[in-house]
Design a protein around this ligand. Structure first.
Ligand code: AFD
Ligand code: MN
Ligand code: MN
Length: 428
C-alpha cells in the first residue's frame, strides 16, 4: 500500500531524469579523477537511513503560541500516514520514533502492523516525564527520575519500564530518556544529591532493559529548567552512562549545547569511550534547539558526519548509533521540513564519504595544517545532490521531493478529511 500514487512520482521523475543523468555523469567523472567511484558512494547513500519523530509530524509551537495548519495529523495513525509520505518520497526515513504517552494506543501489535503496511518500522521509544498527564498520581513539577519524592521517582521509573514493554511490541530496541529535571534558582536543589537520585532511579530502568536493548541518555543544557539541569552536558551524560553499565549510551541532540560548542569533538570523545549511542538532528542559532537540520549551520552537520564516518572506520566497542530527526516545525508544513532535513542530513553523510581519509591522516601526521583542512574543505564544496537523487529514484522515491510532494496536494486533501487541531502553546 502506498500513500501517494506511484504514477505521480514516476511522471514527475520522467520530467527530471534526463537532467539528473547529465548531472550524475558529470559528477561521476569529477569524482573518478580523485579515485572515487560514484556508484559505490551512491550505494552507501542508498543504505543510509534516519528516523523521523512521530511528534515532528504535527506543527510545533513555542511557549508563546502554536499555529496549526489545516490537515495536520492529530493522532499516531495520521502521523504514521504522514511519515509514510516522507519515506515514500525520500526513501531514507523508514522508521518512526514514538513518544509515550503521546502515541498511546490500545493495540501495539496492531500499530506495528499498521506501520508495516505503510512501509514503516519503529525506532527508539521516547519516555515522557517532563509533563503531567491527566489522572497521574504524582506531579513532575519538581522533577521526575531525580525528584526528592520517592513515590514520584517510582512513578517515573514505572513509566520508563512501560515504554520498554511497548517498544518490545513495536520492534524497537532503544529507550531514549530525556528528563526535564533541573532548577531555576541557585540553591534550589543540591547538585550532588539530585544526580544521586537520578542515577538510582535510572539504574532501576536500566535493570529492566531486555538483553539486546540500549538506554540512550539525552543531555540538555537548559530548558525547561533555566538555571541547571540534572543531565546538562555530555560530561554528566557519559559519567551516568558509565555508571549505569554497557547498555547505557549517550545521545547527542545537536541543539542541546551552549552556543559555539564544538559538537563534532564531543562526538569523537563519546566514540573514543564506546558511549556514542545516537543523535537527534536539528539546528539552532540562539537557544532555539529545534530548527531544521542544516538550515543554520550545515558545515557543523558535515563536520559531525565526518567524525561519524571516521568512527565507523575505527569502531570501538561497536559502532551503531541511532540517527533521528528531532525538530519543532513551527512555521512550515512538517512533511516539507522533514523532507528537506532528511536531504540535508544525507548530503552531509555523502560529503563525509568523499573525504580522502588517507590524505587527511597523512596531512595530520605531517602537521600540514593547510592540506589537512583542504582534505575536509574540498568534499564540503561538492554538490552531492545528484547522488542522493539517483539513490532515491532507484528506490522508487522522487527526484525532486518537494515539488512532487506539492504536486500530490497531500495536505490539501488531508485538510478535507482530518479534524482541525486546537490552538494552544507547546512544543508539540
Ligand atoms: C526535547 C528533547 C527530547 C524530547 C523532545 C520532546 O529534545 O528529545 O523528547 O524535545 O519534544 O527538547
Ligand atoms: Mn531531542
Ligand atoms: Mn530538544
Amino acid at each position: 500500500m502506498t500513500v501517494l500514487s506511484e504514477d505521480l512520482i514516476a511522471e514527475a521523475n520522467a520530467r527530471e531524469i534526463a537532467a539528473l543523468d547529465e548531472d550524475y555523469d558529470a559528477l561521476g567523472r569529477k569524482l573518478a579523477r580523485g579515485g572515487l567511484a560514484i556508484d559505490a558512494i551512491k550505494d552507501r547513500v542508498a543504505a543510509f537511513s534516519v528516523a523521523v519523530p512521530s511528534w515532528g509530524a504535527g506543527r510545533g509551537g513555542t511557549r508563546f503560541a502554536k499555529f496549526p495548519i489545516p490537515g495536520e495529523p492529530t493522532n499516531i495513525h495520521e502521523k504514521l500516514e504522514d511519515c509514510a509520505v516522507i519515506q515514500q518520497l525520500s526513501r531514507v526515513t523508514p522508521r518512526v520514533s514514538p513518544h509515550f504517552p503521546w502515541d498511546k494506543v490500545g493495540d501495539y501489535k496492531g500499530l506495528r502492523q499498521e506501520a508495516a503496511a505503510l512501509g514503516l518500522g519503529f525506532d527508539a521509544v521516547n519516555s515522557n516525564t517532563f509533563q503531567d498527564q491527566p489522572g497521574q498520581a504524582r506531579t513532575y513539577a519538581t522533577g521526575s527520575l531525580s525528584s526528592t519524592v520517592a513515590a514520584t521517582r517510582a512513578q517515573a521509573v514505572e513509566h520508563n519500564i512501560e515504554c520498554i514493554e511497548i517498544g518490545q511490541q513495536l520492534g524497537s530496541r532503544d529507550l531514549t530518556v530525556w528528563v526535564g529535571d533541573g532548577t531555576n534558582f541557585p540553591g534550589q536543589q543540591d547538585f550532588a544529591r539530585s544526580l544521586d537520585r537520578y542515577l538510582d532511579a535510572a539504574s532501576q530502568v536500566y535493570a529492566a532493559l531486555p538483553g539486546d536493548w540500549r538506554m540512550l541518555l539525552e543531555h540538555k543544557m537548559f530548558e525547561p529548567a533555566f538555571y541547571s539541569t540534572v543531565i546538562s552536558d555530555w560530561g554528566s551524560s557519559i559519567l551516568a552512562a558509565q555508571e549505569l553499565g554497557p547498555k547505557a549510551k549517550c545521545l547527542v541532540d545537536l541543539g542541546h549545547h551552549a552556543p559555539n560548542v564544538n559538537i563534532e569533538q564531543i562526538v569523537a570523545r563519546l566514540h573514543r569511550f564506546g558511549k556514542l549511542g545516537g543523535f537527534h538532528f536539528n539546528d539552532s542559532k540562539y537557544g532555539d534547539d529545534d530548527l531544521d537540520s542544516g538550515s543554520i549551520n550545515p558545515h557543523q552537520l558535515f563536520l559531525v558526519f565526518n567524525e561519524l564516518v571516521e568512527a565507523e572506520a575505527h569502531p570501538r566497542d561497536g559502532f551503531d548509533p541511532s540517527y533521528m530527526i528531532d525538530q519543532s516545525h513551527n512555521v512550515t508544513d512538517p512533511i516539507e521540513s522533514m523532507l528537506s532535513s532528511a536531504e540535508a542530513i544525507t548530503s552531509c553523510f555523502a560529503k563525509a564519504l568523499l573525504v580522502d581519509r588517507e590524505a587527511l591522516h597523512a596531512a595530520q601526521e605531517a602537521n600540514d595544517t593547510m592540506m589537512a583542512f583542504q582534505a575536509l574543505r574540498r568534499p564540503y564544496t561538492i554538490d552531492v545532490a545528484p547522488i542522493l537523487a539517483r539513490a532515491r529514484a532507484e528506490a522508487g522515491g522522487a527526484i525532486d521531493v518537494l515539488a512532487t510532494y506539492r504536486a500530490s496536494r497531500w495536505r490539501e486533501r488531508k485538510a478535507q478529511e482530518r479534524k482541525p487541531v486546537g490552538l494552544g502553546a507547546g512544543i508539540v
